[in-house]
Design a protein around this ligand. Structure first.
Ligand code: GLN
Ligand code: ZN
Length: 796
């Protein structure tokens, strides 16, 4: 009895699996345990380390119990991808690939067990930095909102397997399938270390890193696991400086070695898009299964199925058909039909299995925790647990035939039909408005005409000073918002508290002497959620946390229906602020693309259409602000680069609709209204052109850390409008001096025409304290005064 089923289970990839699972805990248990550990004093660090381990163990146990009860009950069905902070940081530590400045930490990692308080602390020091030793950089994981720590690899990096917490995890649960980011993706995601020569690329260290991977895999196999998953998502992107053929050659070399030495079988996952050429290359290695993403990627063509029928004989093709990126119930019948069709085209010796398109780390745990949601809408949603159920249903259909899952398919179709028929999903009034949009709606008067009108209307000095919008969010403000939400503070009292704060912020700006004032955004918990709460077509969750990085989580809103604006959202606050001062006041909105990037967005209509619906409601808001006397309006788009497709061929279409939606939002503004936008980064060579196309009168960007390095590129493009390159790095509490800010202003006025330059911080001040805010803004105003003086004496 046991014999054959055991061989089956260890050689065939499980029909039902998921690529990965959230790790922060349904109630963010890991977050709180981590933060306690970080705050602990040296004396009680050991006990907080123990608490952290207990939390992790409890989460592991719960994960195992839940996932197997939801249908992941085969050998190797459940991924072991837990980590304390980040999957790439885990690898940096496991492979000994730490930058030189963390030599002491590497030493600790080499000599202590990965579970020790010392090793944990060392790992977190690398993640979070210490004193003047900067942390590893933090960057977006593909086109998701998760951020990973960027390895720094150079010719000097000494790869050596130092041990890993992953081992302890599978020792407890050897039926699990440990997950590692694969070597090619690891090196492609790395940056060259500071001491590396100019022409060095981390991928040139492939052979050396493979040795450490081999030892890692050997250690995992000694525990007795049957499968190991290597994630190679970098292969779906073409945004690397290395030719594709060299990347594919690296894949072949890597997996020929790893899969041959591995006792457990290897499955390579190609998530976040499609990489059919990598499937062909992997077929030339002893890898036993390959995963493809059919959600953001595509289903195999008949021709590919034929080819893979030869090359994947006796191996498994894992179809990632349930989205790991959205929170919508899948179309199970549609997927199942595709699976059956694929099966017909594949040789019968190619095993077919079902999985998620990516790890489920991008979605919350469980819809059933959302007890206060509208039950209709709730029935359309699938968080991680619901997605596991979907995978299990599809796998059962594959194993037992369609009849076995007929009732589940029927139920699923009924839910999808109810969703399509819901009145909020398709509103005739809104569809008529979007259908009537024409190109002219996306165009304002020519810039020179606007500039003249704005100069007359606003009468600002040269080098105008302003901020990006938010001011320090004190605990008083947070408490007032929370009390109002709970119902403990009446709306009237809440509004009075916010007005008091606005008053304070306005006076503070007048005192330091800024030119263009803001109301401070005290009423906003989050720049996207705030608008989601005030527009129709959105809902917000209570437990829908997803990890952003480390212990940080966000709770994305869900954009489920057609978008409308029942009433003006910001006019009350900005109007009140304007009434308090004779200075120019800038109103603050979040742009359509950023609202989409930081929400879960419906996928039943094209995103270009969703973006235009948002563009229209923001257009109405701008009109209302103008009528309330607000003559400067900033539409923030810090996320416009985040949705940039992973394949460069798709970039043009993306920029067309994203830029188009921004211009629809701002295109109705009067010529004398100055439209600002804010982008949250400086290395935007790829979108310099898009900034120009946004056609904002003033664009503020992050620039202080790079010391304005991006300005020459912008000047070269012939950028003719105004730019506010940040002169204060708001990520740190440090107060830059007048001289330091003055130096940055000088760089800006040398690179650009001084008439184009604004003076402002890099970003909003909500995470800063008042003390450093006031001190820095004073220095900023003084540095600007000196710069103005210098230029007027020069021109005399
Ligand atoms: N206006 C926002 C603020 O100041 C902009 C934030 C951002 O760019 N992420 O907080
Ligand atoms: Zn910003």
């Amino acid at each position: 009895m046991k014999g054959p089923s055991l061989t089956m289970s260890t050689t065939t990839f499980p029909t039902a699996s998921i690529l990965g699972y959230p790790r922060i805990g349904e109630h963010r248990e890991l977050k709180f345990a981590l933060e306690k550990f970080w705050k602990s004093s040296p004396e009680d660090r050991d006990s907080y380390a123990a608490e952290l381990h207990n939390t992790a163990d409890a989460l592991s146990k719960k994960r195992n119990d839940t996932l197997s009860s939801l249908g992941l009950d085969q050998e190797a069905s459940i991924p072991e991808d837990f980590c304390y902070y980040d999957q790439i940081l885990d690898l940096v530590c496991a492979l000994g690939a730490t930058p030189d400045r963390f030599a002491a930490e590497r030493d600790i990692l080499a000599h202590h067990s990965p579970e020790s308080a010392e090793a944990l602390a060392a790992q977190f020091t690398i993640a979070r930095g210490e004193g003047d030793r900067a942390a590893l950089g933090l960057t977006k994981w593909f086109d998701s909102n998760y951020h990973y720590l960027v390895p720094e690899i150079g010719p000097e990096t000494q790869f050596e397997f130092l041990g890993s917490q992953r081992l302890a995890g599978v020792e407890h649960y050897p039926h699990m399938r440990p997950v590692l980011v694969g070597p090619v993706t690891f090196l492609l995601l790395s940056r060259a270390s500071e001491s590396a020569p100019d022409d060095f690329h981390p991928l040139s260290r492939l052979d050396d890193v493979l040795g450490a991977y081999e030892d890692y895999i050997a250690a995992l196999s000694s525990v007795g696991v049957s499968w190991i998953q290597c994630d190679e998502p970098a292969l779906v992107s073409d945004r690397w400086s290395i030719p594709r053929k060299d990347i594919l050659a690296a894949v072949k070399r890597a997996y020929q070695g790893l899969a041959a030495t591995a006792k457990p079988r290897l499955v390579v996952a190609l998530s976040y898009g499609h990489a059919a050429d990598a499937v062909d290359v992997l077929a030339e290695t002893p890898v036993a299964a390959v995963h493809i993403d059919t959600v953001r990627g595509r289903w195999p063509s008949a021709e590919e199925a034929q080819r893979w029928s030869q090359s994947w004989r006796d191996r498994t093709l894992v179809i990632g058909a349930v989205s790991g990126r959205n929170i919508w119930r899948a179309d199970l019948s549609g997927i199942f039909n595709n699976l059956e069709h694929l099966k017909e085209n594949l040789h019968e010796d190619v095993h077919l299995a079902v999985s998620t398109s990516t790890s489920l780390q991008h979605v919350p745990y469980d819809v059933s925790l959302e007890t206060s949601l509208d039950p209709d809408i709730r029935s359309w949603l699938a968080f991680a647990h619901q997605k596991v159920e979907e995978v299990a249903i599809l796998a059962r259909g594959l194993n037992e035939g369609k009849a076995a899952i007929a009732s589940q398919l029927e139920e699923n179709q009924a839910i999808l039909a109810a969703r399509r028929a819901h009145p909020g999903v398709h509103r005739a009034d809104i569809r008529q408005r979007t259908a009537a949009i024409n190109e002219a709606d996306r165009h304002r008067a020519p810039y020179p005409e606007r500039l003249a009108a704005q100069e007359k209307a606003l009468n600002l000095p040269p080098l105008p000073t302003t901020t990006i919008g938010s001011f320090p969010q004190t605990s008083d403000i947070r408490q007032a918002r929370a009390a109002h939400r709970r119902g403990d503070l009446s709306t009237e009292d809440y509004k009075a508290a916010m007005r008091k704060e606005i008053h304070h912020v306005i006076r503070a700006q007048e005192e330091v002497g800024l030119d263009v004032l803001v109301h401070g955004e005290a009423e906003r918990n989050d720049m996207v959620q705030y608008f989601a709460e005030h527009f129709d077509g959105f809902l917000t969750t209570t437990h829908g946390w997803v990890q952003s990085y480390g212990s940080r989580c966000t709770r994305p809103s869900i954009l489920w229906g057609d978008v409308s604006r029942p009433a003006p959202v910001t006019v009350e606050w900005s109007g009140y602020a304007a009434s308090l001062t004779d200075h120019v006041l800038k109103g603050m909105l979040t742009g359509p693309v950023t609202i989409m990037a930081w929400s879960f967005v419906r996928e039943d209509i094209p995103w270009s259409e969703v973006a235009d619906q948002l563009g229209l409601v923001l257009r109405d808001e701008i009109k209302d602000l103008e009528e309330a006397g607000v003559g400067v309006i900033q539409v923030d788009e810090p996320a416009i680069r985040e949705l940039l497709p992973l394949r460069s061929s798709e970039e043009g279409e993306y920029l067309r609709w994203s830029v188009g939606a921004f211009r629809l939002a701002t295109g109705g503004a009067r010529p004398e209204t100055s439209i600002h936008t804010h982008l949250c980064y400086s290395d935007f060579a790829t979108v310099v052109d898009a900034i120009d196309r946004l056609d904002a009168d003033v664009t503020s960007i992050e620039a202080s850390r790079s010391k304005m390095a991006v300005l020459p590129a912008i000047a070269e493009q012939g950028f003719e409008r105004q730019l506010g390159p940040g002169v204060w790095d708001i990520h740190s509490p440090r107060v830059p001096s007048v001289a330091e800010i003055g130096g940055l202003i000088r760089r800006a006025t040398h690179a650009l025409d001084p008439r184009q330059v604004w003076v402002n911080p890099d970003c909003g001040l909500k995470t800063r304290g008042w003390e450093e805010t006031t001190a820095t803004l004073k220095n900023l105003v003084e540095a600007t005064r000196l710069a103005r003086q210098a230029s007027s004496t020069n021109s005399r």
